[in-house]
Design a protein around this ligand. Structure first.
Ligand SMILES: *Cc1c(COP(=O)(O)O)cnc(C)c1O
Length: 425
């Protein structure tokens, strides 16, 4: 089998004019399970994880999968079995970790708006650390922990004010963002945390954005964070672990982010040079562990030629694949079978009643009605953001492992969709 050179699909290969994910033919999956259909490669996930593991060989480091990227239970199971911890952003995500067989003691809890109920739930489960994002949250967490006779382990998310050079909606480390505590206020906030009876200061963390394709923002952020560690420890507050967040980009369309091991070689060299190489390290990668492991299969419903544009109308839509509508994101779109003939330029769009419902613009394709297309690099922030808009049931999901294909989520039925609703009586 020859591995294809498709950007963003490292485990997709062509054999006899058919596309395979690992040992499974994608067209056969579409026939058996219908479309739209998400298909993930376990080997691709483990290979992405292995790059981080190589990077951290011999170090005291924990990889916490930022599960909001793809929180399907069987995906969590893959990472739990590989020894990962999890970065969660809600009580619901914590419950998913536990159902999937993950270890609550390896969970860190991020997010600007944790509720008291979620704090209590996380304390009961015995998570490793709360990444606290404001002074107000510190006060509430201390109160909640005290009421349970506990001390909550905390790290404070600091905002290093570096430009991650990514889409404004997924850039989180600049002063104008809602995330974290300003660099200038960090020491003060740590002193407050150390004085509160329900808290135990454990670490420091930052997360500067997502789909970052350069090393420089990470190196800059690391310098800023280490400056703070120095200042906080000089004030007598010990920092046990340093958490550098997630955000490493993937190849969607010829993007060239550094490989995880190469990035960490650079970052560890800096840590060593500044004397922090033996600290406990944590990271929270999401997209870079799952993004290129998934494809979404969708059938061509209609071809609609137009005066200005030709439309290729498919059965997947913005409720399945929200990234183009939300961030004008690019996903490669490739037909499962190569046809001969003349390519036509299409906008690939879904059936939803919104002009924002497009999956790809100005794509050159040779397709006919009934053909199946693969939308690539759809393992992250696709199914996890899917909705029922237009009363569309969410897609099914398949996990491929070698030549085996496991259904990990059945297609959502109409009954599933209305299960929580009631008529007025
Ligand atoms: C979303 C998020 C991550 C993961 O980001 P990726 O770009 O998917 O790696 C990590 N940490 C925090 C706090 C986040 O909000």
């Amino acid at each position: 089998m020859t591995h294809s050179t498709l950007a963003g699909a490292p485990f997709v290969a062509t054999q006899n004019n058919a596309l395979y994910l690992e040992g499974v033919e994608l067209a056969a999956l579409a026939r058996t399970h219908g479309t739209p259909l998400f298909v993930y490669s376990k080997a691709a996930m483990l290979s992405a994880l292995a790059a981080y593991q190589r990077g951290f060989a011999g170090r005291n480091a924990r990889i916490c999968y930022a599960m909001k990227a793809n929180s399907s239970l069987a995906v969590l199971q893959v990472f739990a079995q590989a020894g990962c911890g999890f970065d969660i952003v809600s009580g619901g995500e914590l419950q998913r970790v536990i159902v999937a067989g993950g270890d609550a003691a390896k969970v860190i809890f991020s997010g600007v708006g944790k509720t008291r109920t979620e704090m209590r739930q996380a304390l009961e489960a015995g998570i490793a650390c709360f990444n606290v994002e404001s002074e107000a949250e510190l006060e509430v967490l201390s109160e909640v922990a005290q009421s349970m006779g506990q001390r909550a382990p905390v790290s404070i998310r600091v905002n290093p004010n570096v430009d991650a050079k990514t889409h404004p909606y997924i850039s989180t480390g600049l002063k104008g963002n809602k995330f974290g505590v300003a660099h200038e206020r960090a020491l003060q906030t740590y002193q407050r945390a150390a004085s509160l009876p329900g808290l135990e200061v454990r670490g420091i963390d930052c997360h500067i954005g997502s789909q970052i394709t350069e090393s420089t923002p990470y190196l800059d952020a690391m310098d800023r964070v280490l400056d703070l560690v120095q200042a906080i420890e000089a004030a007598g507050i010990e920092i046990h672990h340093i958490d550098f967040g997630g955000g490493l980009g993937i190849n969607y369309n010829g993007d060239t982010p550094p490989a995880a091991d190469a990035l960490w070689a650079q970052l560890l060299a800096k840590l060593d040079a500044r004397g922090y190489g033996q600290r406990q390290l944590m990271i929270e990668p999401g997209r870079s562990l799952v993004g290129n492991a998934g494809v979404c299969l969708t059938e061509v419903l209609y071809l609609k030629p137009g005066e200005q544009k030709n439309f290729c109308i498919v059965d997947a839509a913005m409720n399945d694949l929200p990234r183009p509508a939300m961030y004008e994101a690019f996903h490669q779109i490739v037909p499962l079978a190569q046809r001969s003939g003349e390519a036509v330029t299409y906008d690939v769009v879904g059936p939803i009643c919104e002009s924002g419902d497009w999956l790809g613009r100005d794509r050159s394709l040779i397709v006919q009605t009934g053909d199946v297309l693969a939308v690539l690099s759809t393992g992250a922030y696709c199914m996890a953001m899917a909705s029922n808009y237009n009363t569309r049931g969410r897609a099914a999901e398949i996990l491929v492992d070698g030549d085996k294909a496991h259904v990990i989520r059945r297609r959502e039925s109409f009954a599933d969709q209305i299960a929580c609703e009631a008529l007025v009586r």
